[in-house]
Design a protein around this ligand. Structure first.
Ligand code: TEU
Ligand code: CA
Length: 539
């Protein structure tokens, strides 16, 4: 059987915000099961569920206190089995999110580890003595602000947390920790999940000598704090020891048929390419890596070309995974809004762009409705980095507000109770029921574009060849055996045109026309061109 995940479309569900089924204001597994028809109607191949495991929810589930159970807010294991069965009936694979770089501070392993220096779990987390003056052992910063070290008076030592204080880092250098985590993953594989999204896969290992990261003079403010971007993270993460562990993970996954692992690599530039190349090399490590490169502000033709060519040339055995939105970044129609007068036109153009890429494609719940980022007030925030760095950083609540199903129902049909995050007017105006069956809607454009991708082998499995074009035009060919398409996008805000061969025809487009050897594209225009042979029709 061919690898189902190559070229697949993965729909990300943020369980807290998808559908509440019991009126407590928080989305749950039964709600997801009820709404899977919507996901299937898009033409998605798989769902990725953000974490559903037992958790104190300090980081909304990315702080796990039991790796082999479902949080009661979300449901039960039996309800998970029902979700899995329904998804499989609909032809949807199910990917779950494994957050094994750190656990919750309420995980029994950590509760025990922090009590003393000689308990059985003493070495399961990353503990270090203070400097003689009492300060933390090195300069490693937490992604969410402040030092990555927290003092534990009982041990008179610091523990490492790359994220929240409530997310202590597991010590992967300890083989017992590796074994324990692998067993929790075996539990889910045996239950029938189709794969794993590996949270923060490049944070699994730290430098055992605890060397300070060197400064990074070109550092940009990648994350919540300046200090984070001002360091080169060569010791706190991205360690070569990780490769052998990824091989253990792959060996486990390969004991089961057709499973897939995608690693989240939150770096950029050449480092991201090198990490992805190493992590996906051959068939011994991960199946693919999830790229952050298209989750930022840059919407230029040059950026998309650099990132895609960088990956294809720099990680030739690898397989990329591209997304424009997720639960950690502002929604892309808001992020890229200056490139459109009409955000719906931008949403319809960007889905065409995304679906034209070589790789596996991620879409995030609500983007198929063209949802903009929700504007939040301080008192409505729940996300720790938002609360901490307001107003310079607004946190991640704005992309996590509930799905909007029904325009005239309370909270757009998400809940009969009080939703955990507010449901606001700009989102409600884009509810599923308003767009369903409307030919001009963003939802219709998503279905049409996904259908178009699936009807064209060149888009799903073809190779990519860029065509030199003047920005803001982006153009490339996708070429498979017996199928070739030329994809052209106007990423600017004015109309533009380019010469094409006289036999060029539009196979799918928005704001495009072909006449007298000219392809004209309006702002937010795109064209999929074909002609009588596999050469480029763009001159
Ligand atoms: O994110 C990893 C990561 O690097 C994020 O910090 C991301 O860059 C940031 O949120 C952007 O603002 C993963 C999860 O996706 C995220 O939700 C978790 O908070 C984080 O890991 C810790 O588990
Ligand atoms: Ca609920």
């Amino acid at each position: 059987m061919s690898d189902w995940w190559r070229g697949a479309i993965v729909y990300q569900i943020y369980p807290r915000s998808f559908q509440d089924s019991n009126g407590d204001g928080i989305g749950d597994l039964n709600g997801i099961t009820r709404r899977l028809d919507h996901v299937a109607s898009l033409g998605a191949d798989a769902i990725w569920l953000s974490p559903i495991f037992t958790s104190p929810m300090k980081d909304m589930g990315y702080d796990v206190s039991d790796y082999t159970d479902i949080d009661p807010l979300f449901g039960t294991l039996a309800e998970f089995d029902a979700l899995l069965a329904r998804a499989h009936d609909l032809g949807l694979k199910v990917i779950i999110d494994q957050v094994i770089s750190h656990s919750s501070d309420k995980h029994p392993w950590f509760v025990e580890s922090r009590t003393s220096r000689d308990n059985p779990k003493a070495d399961w987390y990353v503990w270090a003595d203070p400097n003689p003056d009492g300060t933390p052992p090195n300069n490693w910063p937490s992604v969410f602000g402040g030092p990555a070290w927290e003092w534990e008076p009982r041990r008179r030592q610091y523990y490492l947390h790359n994220f929240l204080i409530e997310q202590p880092d597991l010590n992967m250098h300890n083989p017992e920790v590796q074994d324990a985590l692998l067993e929790t993953m075996r539990f889910w594989l045996a239950r029938g999940v189709d794969g794993f999204r590996l949270d923060t896969v490049n944070y699994y290992f730290h430098d055992q000598d605890l060397r300070s990261n060197p400064p990074n003079p070109d550092g940009s403010q990648e994350m919540a704090t300046d200090t984070y971007g001002m360091q080169d993270h060569i010791y706190s993460k991205n360690r070569p020891e990780n490769l052998a562990f990824l091989e253990r993970l792959r060996a486990l996954t390969d004991e089961f048929d057709d499973r897939m692992m995608v690693g989240e690599v939150g770096d950029g530039g050449q480092r991201a390419i090198d990490l992805m190349a190493a992590y996906t090399k051959g068939t011994k490590r991960l199946h693919m890596c999830y790229s952050f490169e298209m989750l930022g502000p840059d919407f230029s033709a040059g950026h998309f070309r650099r990132v895609i060519e960088g990956f294809l040339n720099g990680a030739p055995d690898g397989w990329p995974s591209w997304s424009f939105s997720n639960h950690d970044v502002p929604r892309h129609v808001t992020r890229w809004a200056t490139h459109a007068e009409d955000q719906d036109a931008l949403a319809k153009q960007t889905v065409a762009l995304l679906m034209s890429f070589e790789g596996t494609i991620g879409i995030y719940q609500g983007e198929e409705l063209g949802l903009p980022e929700t504007e939040m007030e301080y008192h409505e925030l729940t996300d720790p980095p938002g609360l901490r760095f307001w107003p310079e950083q607004k946190g991640r609540d704005g992309c996590r507000t509930p799905m909007v199903w029904q325009n005239d129902a309370p909270h757009a049909g998400f809940t009969t109770g009080t939703p955990w995050l507010p449901v606001k007017v700009p989102q409600i105006a884009r509810a599923v029921d308003l767009q369903d069956g409307e030919t001009g809607s963003v939802l219709a454009a998503y279905r049409a574009m996904i259908g178009f991708r699936k009807s064209r082998p060149s888009l799903v499995e073809g190779r990519t060849e860029f065509i030199d074009c003047k920005p803001p035009l982006l153009a490339f060919q996708r070429i498979a055996d017996g199928d070739a398409l030329t994809c052209v996008f106007n990423l600017g805000t004015s109309p533009t045109s380019v010469s094409v061969t006289s036999d060029a025809r539009l196979a799918h487009n928005q704001f495009a026309s072909v006449r007298n050897g000219q392809l004209k594209l309006g702002p937010n225009g795109f064209a999929f061109l074909e002609h009588d042979d596999a050469s480029s029709p763009v001159k």
